[in-house]
Design a protein around this ligand. Structure first.
Ligand SMILES: [Zn+2]
Ligand SMILES: [Zn+2]
Length: 864
């Protein structure tokens, strides 16, 4: 027995969407490890659990869900896991805020517990949004990076890369945020323009220009260009640093820009990256003048303890007092800042942990991955090309994966845990064995923790089943979907780690999406007040309309502007398609039809041919992740082909009891069925709702439609038929006839088409005759039409006589009129375009109206 077919008059997303969300079962989306179907594992991005699943996430997840649903229908065993990338500073800051404490007020474990609690609560909130948007997440493959099951893997990966030489610790200059009090990676440095002063001062007789006078205490050399004539012969001498009094060498170096300032620069440890190069190149001393909190160290003498900004002011004023500050010029500068808190970064030499970057092997793996859109690969290529320093992975924070390492208190030897003892926190547990070297059991646990990207960059290993020992059984994953803003971080680090841990590329493909911009075209931000939450949109128009906005709003990889009109258009399309589906279902249930009936009528064959083309187009678009193109094809087909043309053409047949009605019913049934299936990835609730009235089972378990009816002949003839009907309707309208008024007799002169099963006759309320040639069409000269706009001004009072004279001309002269004409004995010139002769058409001796449609002639003998 088939399900109830009558659809309610209106589509109510607010009732339908939650209803289906309640009916669908999570198990339906589980990846089946015992399945023999081809696998399709998606390495989804684990969002940061802020508590709000923002529109950028939601946009990204729409793409993922389109892919997951499509691939399931194509017969893949799909994994759409949901991860949560928990660790990091924002949560620490939030916890400090909520509890009114600083991280040092409570024991480390207690602080971590507070962070975990907040994170779990936030994840709970975000899960609800994910469900509300109808994402077909595989909740059996959810992972939470702060939980032992996951960070055990992070720790194993650390130990494996330590053993293979990819990870090492070293004293090396790193980017450091003195507000967050932690080292950060290069990828986390954001560059911002700042207005500052370039200070010229007398440095023991040499003029130096600097933007950072507070680093004077850290000055270890002065550098000049070897060919700068102002400083010939000066290299190798020593200068005394003003105020501080220590001596520094003068070195010459090609990298000095003689045009900047005075051409002499001071090298400090460290003002910028260039200082680091010079420091290594010239093997200079190390003077740390700023500590981890951004305060001056004892190296700064009387300025010790001051914040670096205060120290700058104090030194400038002391320079003035000493009379050595010559002048100050304003300067526009790009300053490296912490990406989280915008504090200018300091470069500090610190003992840190590093991951070795081997650009060639990362590049090789990146090339093996298929990039969509292709140009995104260039961003990766550029980033790899500019790698200068290894990846600093240690952080001086608390809420993060602990580095599982101890050091022997006696001899300093590094002591590593056994994998079976992981996960662990070396600051609260002891190793299971004494020091291998000296046998001491006194150890110090590593307090540094790991960069969050160390957690998230093994997401692909986690979802493909890595347990730290054997090769992950599902590796590599099929696709990584992500935003272009994290190509340098997440994509880069994932490839690096996959190569280091497995020797292979992490995925077959990567799909890069754009960013969501506000309605004003700017990045959404609190300060601009242009933030829109997905909840707000879903509330007003439903999640299926939101999802269609995500698909239609931009080409894949481009940034997408939020636009209410696109959401409204999506909602309107649903209304239109709902009405079409409702009409079709009413017709189908009105009287039984034979589902196996041969599709014979031209219009029906045409519809199925157009459907087959649409299936091909949408399938190709989905295969290439061109969701906008796929949805556009579906809308055009539904709106133009199905609703405006086909249904209008066959309505009469559907209302009749003509035997060919079965052919139309079958074509409609196949069409609405395929449309539901193709709409399912985009609008899962809407499609399910219609489908449930159409047949048993869920549309999401149905197979993706095949392009079955390639029928070029029906396509071409049907196009002509549709055009004929539309042109003749226009004629009817121009004649002031109601669309359903009887029209009379229509004759179509064409050899291309010789019948349509009566559809056109019913659609036009006319009798139709199909003529293969125009033999039956007669032509004869008709009425003469005068152009008074020409005749009036040119002939004035002769106008009437002129027209009489023209009417009296023999027929052959009418078609090529003489230059002058005789009026009462006078020769009067014939003005150009003053008249023309119409042609009358006749069929069977009766006058008819003539319409041309392309190269086809149609005559209408109106109803008397
Ligand atoms: Zn910071
Ligand atoms: Zn020892």
């Amino acid at each position: 027995m088939s399900p109830p077919k009558d659809l309610p008059k209106n589509y109510h997303f607010a009732e339908v969407e939650p209803r289906w969300q309640g009916i669908w079962r999570d198990e339906d989306n589980y990846f089946d490890r015992t399945s023999s179907l081809p696998q399709f594992v998606i390495d989804t991005p684990p969002p940061y659990p802020t508590g709000t699943f923002h529109i950028g996430n939601a946009f990204n997840w729409c793409y993922i869900d389109f892919i997951a649903r499509y691939k399931r229908m194509k017969g893949y065993n799909v994994m759409f896991p949901q991860g949560w990338d928990c660790h990091g500073l924002p949560t620490e800051v939030k916890v400090e805020e909520i509890h009114g404490i600083t991280k040092n007020d409570v024991p480390r474990e207690k602080f971590r517990e507070m962070c975990r609690e907040l994170t779990i609560a936030n994840i709970g909130k975000m899960r609800l949004t994910l469900r509300r948007l109808g994402f077909s997440v595989d909740w059996s493959n959810e992972y939470i990076t702060m939980l032992p099951a996951y960070y055990k893997k992070t720790q194993i990966s650390f130990l494996k890369m330590l053993a293979s030489g990819y990870i090492y610790q070293s004293e090396h200059p790193v980017n450091f945020c003195t507000r967050c009090e932690t080292a950060i990676a290069f990828a986390e440095v954001a560059y911002e323009p700042r207005e500052t002063f370039l200070n010229y001062f007398d440095f023991d007789g040499v003029e130096i220009a600097t933007t950072r006078p507070e680093l004077l205490a850290a000055c270890v050399a002065v550098a000049v260009h070897p060919e700068d004539e102002r400083y010939t012969g000066i290299s190798g001498r020593h200068l005394t640093v003003p105020i501080f009094g220590h001596k520094v060498p003068i070195v010459s170096d090609e990298a000095v820009d003689p045009a900047f300032g005075s051409g002499a620069v001071m090298i400090c440890t460290f003002g910028d990256k260039q200082d680091v190069f010079w420091w290594k190149q010239h093997q200079l001393e190390l003077r740390k003048a700023i500590d981890r909190q951004g305060r001056m160290t004892p190296v700064a003498g009387k300025y010790e303890g001051k914040k670096s900004g205060e120290c700058r002011e104090a030194i400038l004023s002391d320079m003035k007092a000493l009379g050595i500050l010559r002048r100050q010029e304003p300067l526009e500068q790009r300053v490296g800042t912490c990406w989280r808190c915008k504090t200018p970064i300091e470069i500090m030499s610190e003992r840190q942990w590093f991951v070795k970057i081997v650009p060639d092997e990362i590049m090789k793996a990146a090339r093996e991955v298929k990039w969509t859109p292709g140009h995104m690969f260039l961003r990766m290529e550029n980033w790899i090309g500019q790698m200068e320093w290894d990846w600093c992975i240690s952080r001086q924070r608390i809420f993060a994966t602990p580095i599982p390492v101890w050091f022997c208190r006696e001899c300093g030897t590094m002591i590593l845990p056994e994998e079976k003892d992981l996960p662990l926190d070396p600051t609260t547990t002891k190793p299971g064995h004494p020091c291998n070297k000296c046998g001491s059991t006194e150890v110090v646990g590593e307090e540094d923790v790991l960069d969050t990207w160390m957690d998230s960059s093994i997401s692909v290993l986690n979802v493909t089943g890595w347990d730290g020992t054997r090769a992950p059984p599902l590796f590599p994953a099929q696709i990584r979907p992500q935003g272009h803003d994290i190509i340098r971080t997440w994509a880069f680090y994932t490839i690096l780690r996959a190569v280091a841990l497995t020797g292979k590329r992490p995925w077959d493909e990567i799909l890069v999406n754009g960013m969501v911009l506000g309605e004003d075209g700017f990045k959404m931000s609190k300060s601009r007040g242009n933030i829109i939450s997905p909840e707000e949109i879903v509330e007003q128009y439903g999640s299926d309309a939101f999802r269609q906005w995500a698909a239609a709003g931009a080409a894949t990889g481009s940034d997408i502007m939020f636009n209410w009109n696109d959401v409204i258009a999506a909602s309107r399309f649903q209304t239109k398609l709902w009405n079409v589906a409702r009409f079709i279902l009413l017709q189908l249930e009105k009287s039984e039809f034979n589902h196996e009936a041969p599709v014979t009528a031209l219009a029906d064959r045409w519809l199925l041919a157009r459907l087959a083309e649409t299936v091909s187009e949408v399938t190709e678009a989905m295969e290439q992740y061109q969701f906008d193109r796929g949805l556009k094809a579906l809308r055009e087909f539904s709106w133009n082909v199905l609703a405006d043309n086909y249904i209008e053409l066959v309505k009469g047949r559907l209302y009749s009891d003509d035997p060919s009605r079965d052919s139309a019913c079958r074509a409609l049934w196949e069409t609405i069925d395929a449309l539901c299936r193709m709409m399912a990835p985009y609008a899962p609730h809407f499609s399910e709702e219609i489908y449930s009235h159409l047949r048993e089972g869920s549309v999401h378990k149905a197979a993706w439609p095949e392009a079955l009816h390639s029928d070029p002949e029906a396509r071409e003839k049907g196009d002509l038929l549709v055009r004929l009907v539309s042109e003749i309707r226009r004629f009817k309208h121009e004649q002031g006839l109601a669309l359903n008024a009887p029209l009379g007799k229509v004759t179509v002169f064409s050899s291309r088409i010789n019948g349509d099963g009566g559809d056109m006759a019913r659609a036009l309320n006319a009798s139709i005759e199909w003529c293969a040639d125009t033999g039956a069409l007669e032509k004869r000269p008709g009425e003469i039409v005068f152009n008074m706009a020409v005749i009036g001004p040119a002939l004035r009072k002769d106008a009437k006589a002129f027209m009489d004279a023209v009417r009296a001309l023999p027929p052959d002269l009418l078609s090529s009129p003489p230059a002058a004409i005789d009026i009462g004995g006078r020769h009067v010139g014939v003005p150009a375009h003053s008249f023309s002769q119409q042609t009358d058409y006749l069929v069977g001796g009766t006058r008819v109206d003539l319409i041309t449609v392309g190269d086809v002639i149609v005559t209408v003998q109106k109803h008397p």
